[in-house]
Write a protein that binds this ligand. Structure first.
Ligand SMILES: Cc1ncc(COP(=O)(O)O)c(C=O)c1O
Length: 405
């Protein structure tokens, strides 16, 4: 069958993720990979999950754990999240929270909720690839958001109108962003709020890495800053997307959205239509593990990942030639490298895989307009000190060689 004439127009914008393709390389034993932005599986709280699941399935709640459940999500888990949100400046209750199948699903739902074809989404250059993919399916136009930059609301609105739609929301990965590792300052967050108020648009705050801060001062979420302004969560335009993927386990697919009840109730309808609810057993196990060991577990992750970050920063300092620069993240999993203009991350990857057997993600894929080819993303989350030293030294040698040719 020729599928083209039955496919919807939006499928033309869907393309395979370079990262997902690259993840296949992780299986080859001789590759040193800094490519996948994934947690180290050796650090998963496996015993805690095993105990929690065994306990649930051998007790009186086994039937309910294997049964359909409510679309909003497992109530004790939403209660636990509400307490944690309160700790970071967002007092709320369970009705302000929807459990999603990872925060990726929240990004899809929020785009589905707000974007008509031709509408504009404001986002950073570069931005999380999975957000570009999720939004793309709803056929938006992307415009570059520079938090605290000098383009005013009228300029964004006029550009959106010329393109045949209106600006609907600003999307930001706020802490230790994927891919740059950078964190938005309080001033930048306030500036985004000002812009969103002037444009009367929503803010999608992606806080997937929020719990992985290694040093520096925590910055309040945009939603907390907005609450300081409005005094009422129901009046807030920010929708906060959280996730247990980086702190406990990505495979269980448990994330959440916090926002005004009027939006959460619409998202609940969306979830009912899409997948009814996230996996009941996974939510129950996540709540039990979070309740028993979240703080200690995350403290251990911070200790291990921050040491890996330090090793990578140190190795970059020793092995990279002049003209190569990189970010110094205060948390998360990524360092963003900028090569001298003229070098291309994708070409470098091809050569690297062939000659040095080191993998990373070329930066171009993270730009909505495919620009800035002279960048790459390195992840330190799954590499030990020896791999980091060897991999960065090989990469430095390759780049030095490229600069000479
Ligand atoms: C910035 C960011 N947001 C969202 C996600 C999606 O995570 P999950 O759906 O596992 O919660 C990721 C995953 O890598 C990410 O890096």
């Amino acid at each position: 069958m020729d599928w083209h004439h039955v496919l919807a127009g939006r499928t033309g914008r869907m393309k395979a993720s370079e990262i997902r393709e690259l993840l296949k390389l992780l299986d080859q034993p001789d590759i040193i990979s800094f490519a996948g932005g994934i947690p180290d599986p050796k650090l998963f709280p496996t015993a805690a999950f095993s105990d929690a699941m065994a306990d649930v399935l051998s007790g009186p709640g086994a039937g309910a754990a294997l049964q359909y459940s409510v679309s909003e999500g497992y109530r004790p888990l939403r209660d636990w999240i509400a307490v944690e949100m309160g700790r970071i400046g967002v007092p709320c209750d369970a009705d302000n929270i929807l459990i999603t199948s990872g925060s990726q699903q929240a990004l899809d739902y929020l785009a589905k909720l707000m974007i008509n074809p031709g509408d504009t989404v404001l986002l950073g250059w570069p931005t999380y690839l999975g957000a570009l993919g999720a939004f793309n399916a709803y056929e938006p136009r992307f415009d570059q958001l520079v938090p605290g930059g000098n383009r005013g609301a009228a300029d964004y609105a006029a550009a959106a109108e010329t393109a045949g739609g209106r600006v609907k929301f600003a999307y930001l990965s706020v802490d230790f962003a994927n891919p740059t590792g950078e964190t938005l300052s309080r001033r930048q967050r306030e500036a985004v709020l000002d812009l969103a108020e002037a444009l009367d648009i929503a803010i999608v705050e992606d806080a997937a890495y929020q719990s992985l801060r290694y040093d520096g001062e925590a910055v309040p979420p945009i939603l907390a800053l907005e609450l300081e302004r409005t005094g009422d969560l129901e009046a807030c335009r920010t929708l906060y997307c959280g996730s247990f993927s980086k702190s406990l386990s990505p495979g269980l697919r448990v994330g959440w959205v916090v926002g005004a009840k009027s939006v959460i109730s619409r998202l609940v309808l969306m979830k009912q239509a899409a997948d009814l609810h996230s996996a009941t057993l996974n939510q129950i196990a996540t709540q039990r593990v979070a309740q028993s060991c979240f703080k200690d577990h995350v403290a251990n992750l911070r200790a291990v990942y921050s040491a890996r970050r330090d090793h990578m920063l140190d190795a970059l300092g020793r092995h990279m030639p002049n003209g190569v620069t990189w970010t110094r993240p205060e948390g998360g999993m990524f360092i963003w490298v900028t090569l001298p203009v003229g070098l291309d991350g994708a070409d470098l990857l091809a050569r690297s895989l062939e000659t040095e057997r080191v993998a990373f993600v070329p930066g171009r894929a993270f730009f909505a307009d495919g620009s800035n080819g002279n960048t790459l993303r390195l992840s330190f989350s799954c590499a030990d000190e020896a791999m980091i030293e060897e991999g960065i030294s090989r990469l430095g040698r390759l780049i030095r060689g490229q600069l000479r040719t």
